[in-house]
Design a protein around this ligand. Structure first.
Ligand SMILES: Nc1nc2c(ncn2[C@@H]2O[C@H](COP(=O)(O)OP(=O)(O)OP(=O)(O)O)[C@@H](O)[C@H]2O)c(=O)[nH]1
Length: 308
């Protein structure tokens, strides 16, 4: 796990979710071991294994029916895990009641229970793996998508645009003179600026826009179904507001400072005719044009076939 001091909120939230599910898995194992002990030594089976709502009160159930972040709840495996947990409790109750009522227990009863336990264990593992997958798709410092995850989103976007013949915008953004921030205030302050900027972009873009960290102080954005003209106007507003926005940082001497920063933006578009590699390359060209023209500006790439 990453050290807390350099984790974005997103990454620390997913880390907490993984710790919580690991703990729930451990509690489930203890609960199961306790039940097995009662079967092996023919001890009286307590209500916690028999009551109809036992699945809500066992250690695993307290986690499952408690509070989680959306990262956990939005996983496809999450509702399935709940159903499998109930089925497992049903199976344990069935066997426990048979024993309590001195009815004959068949090997099939136990086989059914074993099958449910295996399915349940696999489901817990899948949920945890899915959370690890989430962990590896975000940039640990800024909490936006990392380059790999953003490319996966762009693949999907390109496939969608190929179906719909639509056009979306791609923007390459690079902070201006960022090295000076590091040199003057230290690397920690530079990190604070990167975190600020990523959050600033998140707040200013729509929920269905994508933001990824492309490199050090370079971010790549995708604005679905947005023309380059509209994107240019949106980026200009973001650019102007950023230039006027004081950013609080901590200097090398531990003192607070308030600084301002600007960024250069390169806008291009992605469509059936212009795939990801071309869209990213042309957005990069436009961003470098913005740098060469003096920084703190937005430049747009126009394809020769005028299709954007
Ligand atoms: N604090 C911090 N700095 C980083 C990180 N990644 C890259 N950098 C720094 O970003 C700086 C980028 O410097 P340059 O490529 O010269 O760019 P610049 O100073 O922004 O200049 P222009 O882009 O030309 O306006 C370098 O000093 C890198 O060390 C990071 O994660 N944290």
């Amino acid at each position: 796990m990453l050290s807390k001091s350099v984790q974005s909120n997103v990454v620390s939230q997913i880390n907490s979710d993984i710790v919580a599910i690991n703990n729930a898995i451990l509690l489930h194992k203890k609960w199961l071991a306790e039940w097995n002990k009662k079967l092996v030594f023919q001890l009286p089976i307590s209500d916690e294994f028999i009551q109809s709502n036992a699945h809500k009160h066992c250690g695993f159930g307290l986690w499952y029916y408690g509070e989680h972040s959306l990262f956990t709840e939005e996983q496809d495996e999450f509702p399935r895990l709940g159903s499998l947990h109930i089925a497992l409790h049903d199976s344990v109750r069935h066997i426990s009641l048979k024993i309590a009522n001195k009815q004959e227990l068949t090997p099939e009863d136990y086989d059914k229970f074993t099958a449910k336990e295996i399915e349940f264990t696999l489901s817990m593992t899948h949920l945890r793996d899915a959370l690890f997958g989430q962990l590896y798709s975000f940039d640990y410092l800024t909490g936006v998508h990392n380059r790999q995850a953003l490319y996966a989103l762009l693949e999907r976007e390109h496939a969608r645009l190929t179906r719909t013949s639509g056009v979306s915008s791609i923007v390459m953004v690079d902070l201006d003179y960022f090295k000076k921030v590091n040199d003057q205030y230290g690397h920690q302050a530079g990190d604070e600026v990167l975190m600020f900027f990523a959050n600033y972009l998140k707040e200013r873009l729509r929920p269905y826009d994508s933001i990824g960290r492309y490199g050090g102080e370079e971010f790549l954005l995708c604005l679905p179904d947005t023309s380059i003209n509209d994107t240019e106007a949106i980026m200009n507003r973001i650019r102007e507001d950023l230039a006027a926005q004081p950013i609080d940082i901590t200097g090398l001497d531990g003192q607070p400072y308030s600084i301002k920063i600007t960024a250069s933006f390169g806008v291009s578009s992605i469509s059936k005719r212009h795939p990801i590699s071309e869209a990213v390359e042309t957005a990069d060209i436009a961003m470098y044009q913005a740098k060469s023209a003096g920084r703190n500006r937005v430049k747009t790439y126009h394809y020769k076939d005028q299709s954007n």
